[in-house]
Design a protein around this ligand. Structure first.
Ligand code: G3I
Length: 359
């Protein structure tokens, strides 16, 4: 990342922190209601600020949370892109072979449409959260290819015209850049990725098709593997539109300083990029210093995306610590999102606003 961009974003962030402190000291509401509207004197939402740069600002969500009306009020107003966190995964959509259940995904699509939000659909081919009927037996290559093809065609057809994009293949590589030994790789070889993209394209020619993974924010062996694969797929005319960088970051592991360069090299291949599952976790308890560093990282992620023309937007992996996946998966860690468990905005929220040019 260029130093000037970082310095500017740091200065803006200090200003944001000061402004937030002044507002709090003055007793001005900084809670969700203060940020939801867009009338005179009301701050623009993250979505509106991002739109001014031709980007979106999204959040993941999950079906059980949709009964929480304070939560859905912010979800419906602050964001313009929604990702179902679980409801479109294979275990949810084809719980028995050939028996489809679209109810969870449909509920989120319906809610998003009511709020004029688009959908980043997630995900078609992943080694995790597969149905038992698929993991519970061995398949020949012909059988598995047919099962995979049917699943992709059925799901993408069901949501045809209703989603902006699909994470077609999720988490296909190991940290060292070798292929992850999933049931798909082991049975079908690396060609399953091109096949999945072609089938998805056939079922919805207008959906943007992505490969998506974590720990590919910086330039390194894993992102190099995506770069090489993407280049090869493009050269062979396989329908690939973008690469999603999940950006599940942790304060204790350092900021991916080469993010902007990395985004730029994918752009040069003629691909979109997106930050698709952003969160910045920390060792608990949170304190002022950690929250300030976290805010800086959110600002830097936002600034990096704005700096690269084909970085189309950012999505946080849910927007509030109330519904984050982190504490269950990383005991002792959390506080990863821009809104806290009470749905109050944190320094990270103000930092994102500043990075997007909001006052
Ligand atoms: O549905 C059951 C419910 O019946 C049961 O009562 C409950 C008890 O724990 O578990 C529920 O299933 C959970 C499921 O989420 C739905 O809430 C699983 O235990 C839990 O493991 C699962 O976690 C999801 C995780 O993917 C699985 O790997 C997270 O919510 C989801 O946010 C997370 O998302 C992934 C992305 O898809 C890919 N990138 C990484 C990201 C974070 O892991």
């Amino acid at each position: 990342m260029r130093n000037t961009t970082r310095t500017r974003s740091r200065a803006r962030l200090r200003l944001a922190g000061t402004l937030a402190a002044v507002l709090v000291a003055a007793g001005v509401a900084t809670g969700p209601a203060a940020h939801a509207g867009q009338g005179h004197g009301t701050p623009l939402t993250l979505a509106r600020l991002a739109e001014q740069h031709g980007r979106y600002f999204g959040s993941a969500t999950d079906n059980p949370e949709l009964t929480d009306s304070a939560y859905t009020a912010l979800l419906g107003s602050e964001f313009d892109m929604i990702t179902p966190g679980n409801g479109m995964k294979w275990y949810a959509t084809e719980p028995q072979q050939g028996v489809y259940d679209w109810s969870q995904g449909d509920e989120i699509v319906r809610l998003a449409r009511q709020h004029h939000q688009r959908i980043r659909a997630h995900t078609l081919v992943w080694h995790s959260q597969l149905p038992d009927w698929l993991t519970g037996r061995d398949w020949t290559a012909d059988e598995l290819r047919s099962v995979l093809k049917k699943h992709i065609l059925a799901e993408v057809r069901h949501y045809r015209g209703k989603v902006y994009s699909w994470d077609v293949v999720n988490e296909a590589f190991n940290e060292d850049g070798t292929y992850r030994e999933t049931v798909f790789y082991k049975t079908l070889g690396p060609g399953y990725i091109a096949d999945a993209l072609r089938w998805a394209h056939r079922a919805d020619p207008h959906a943007k098709l992505y490969l998506n993974d974590y720990n590919i924010e910086a330039v390194g062996p894993k992102s190099d593997a995506y770069y090489a694969l993407a280049k090869d797929l493009k050269a062979r005319g396989v329908p690939l539109d973008g690469v999603g960088l999940q950006a599940h970051l942790a304060l204790q592991y350092g900021y991916p300083a080469t993010l902007e360069d990395n985004l730029r090299r994918f752009s040069r291949l003629g691909l979109d990029t997106a930050l698709t599952e952003v969160d910045v976790r920390m060792l608990l308890p949170a304190d002022e210093a950690k929250l300030a560093t976290q805010a800086q990282w959110y600002a830097d992620l936002t600034t990096a995306c704005l700096a690269v023309r084909r970085c189309v937007g950012l999505t946080v992996w849910d927007y509030t610590d109330r519904y984050s996946w982190i504490p269950a998966f990383f005991p002792g860690e959390g506080a990863a999102l821009p809104w806290d468990e009470r749905l109050a905005p944190k320094p990270a929220y103000f930092a994102i606003r500043e990075a997007l040019g909001g006052r």
